[in-house]
Write a protein that binds this ligand. Structure first.
Ligand code: NAD
Length: 322
């Protein structure tokens, strides 16, 4: 699957520091960077390599230098920059919608203060290659059709933070607002259920996706590739783009899944997700150039087949799906 996403080691002038490396998108970033032989330091609040191991061998993972630290602590990023001597930062660490709702203060510490700490470290180390994850949920701040969430408010705050760091201290950045990410490693967050459905199909378990209607299908490898491409050259602006992948409906996607796994019993019910699901990737593609693209049917089919093989090897379980 990796040859869809071309990463060039020659584009990098030093190691990459990746926050949130143990998460879904982080695992794909790690895997793509290691595959291309780009030196990478992983930073996460814990050394939980369960998701990276779904994509990488032990020996590949051995090439990653793992740093454990909480980004909401000001020293964590400063130390990580000193240890890694990174010349690029990809910032993905965050608490997702349900976690911000359950603990708004923790959400603000990680998502808001943590991001300020990342920008402070970039400022001190004169980093001109910084990409970070905002979210489609940020649309909730200014678009009446999108559900406002604390998570979205924090993400919007990150975008404003980025603008001010450029204006006041010349720190450039590329922010991206991913839609619904699916693929190996996507197992938490309110929009993870399309991936849970593929896992359930691979395990032969019945499952009902708790939403219907429009949905974006953004392959985790594709968004990871875009975050990498964003730091593959120095930047001089603070820009933010939507990144949506394919727009479909849950119902249409279930037909694709049915073709891939004819015996599966996956349904959907409930209201549509309260986020924009048909945003254009054109402005981002124009800005970044080619970062690869995963066709929907191939992405669902590959994800299903990899889940099947991980289930067979006992590397993943579908037991908690209900
Ligand atoms: N997955 C999606 O559909 C989606 C959509 C829009 C935006 N995003 C954003 O993309 C980024 C990556 O998403 P993901 O799906 O990989 O998330 P994830 O929840 O799978 O991973 C987040 C990672 O951040 C780490 N983390 C949490 N708190 C931390 C802290 N205080 N210090 C250091 N690390 C910490 C977690 O341990 C985890 O490994 C996040 O910023 C997320 O908000 C994701």
């Amino acid at each position: 699957m990796h040859n869809r996403y071309k990463v060039n080691a020659e584009d990098f002038d030093g190691p990459v520091l990746l926050t949130g490396a143990g998460g879904c998108i982080g695992s794909w970033v790690l895997s793509l960077l290691v595959d291309a032989e780009v030196p990478v330091f992983a930073l996460d609040v814990q050394k939980d390599t369960r998701r990276p191991k779904l994509l990488m061998s032990e020996s590949e993972l051995g090439l990653v230098k793992w740093l454990v630290g909480d980004i909401s602590e000001p020293n964590t990023m400063m130390k990580a920059m000193e240890v890694s001597k990174a010349t690029s930062i990809i910032h993905l660490a965050a608490l997702q919608v349900p976690f911000c709702k359950a603990d708004p203060i923790a959400g603000a510490k990680v998502n808001v203060v943590g991001t300020v700490n990342v920008f402070e470290a970039a400022r001190k180390h004169k980093i001109s290659r910084l990409s970070y994850a905002s979210s489609i949920a940020a649309h909730g701040v200014f678009d009446a059709k999108t559900l406002p969430t604390l998570y979205g408010a924090y993400k919007f705050c990150n975008e404003q933070t980025a603008r001010v760091y450029l204006q006041d201290w010349g720190v450039p950045s590329v922010g991206m607002r991913p839609g619904v990410v699916y693929g190996i490693g996507r197992d938490q967050g309110m929009t993870s259920k399309t991936t849970v459905a593929i896992l359930a199909a691979a395990a032969g378990k019945p499952y009902t996706i708790p939403f219907t209607g429009a949905v974006s299908w953004l392959h985790a490898g594709e968004v990871a590739s875009a975050f990498i491409k964003a730091v593959s050259q120095p930047r001089d602006q603070a820009v933010v783009f939507d990144i949506n992948g394919f727009s479909s409906t849950v119902e249409q996607s279930l037909e694709v899944l049915k073709k891939v796994a004819p015996g599966s019993s996956i349904t959907a019910s409930g209201p549509a997700l309260p986020f924009p699901m048909a945003l254009s990737d054109d402005p981002l593609r124009e800005f970044l150039g080619d970062y690869g693209q995963m066709p929907l049917e191939e992405g669902i089919s590959n994800t299903h087949n990899i889940f099947r093989s991980l289930l067979d090897k006992g590397l993943i379980s579908a037991e908690s799906i209900d």
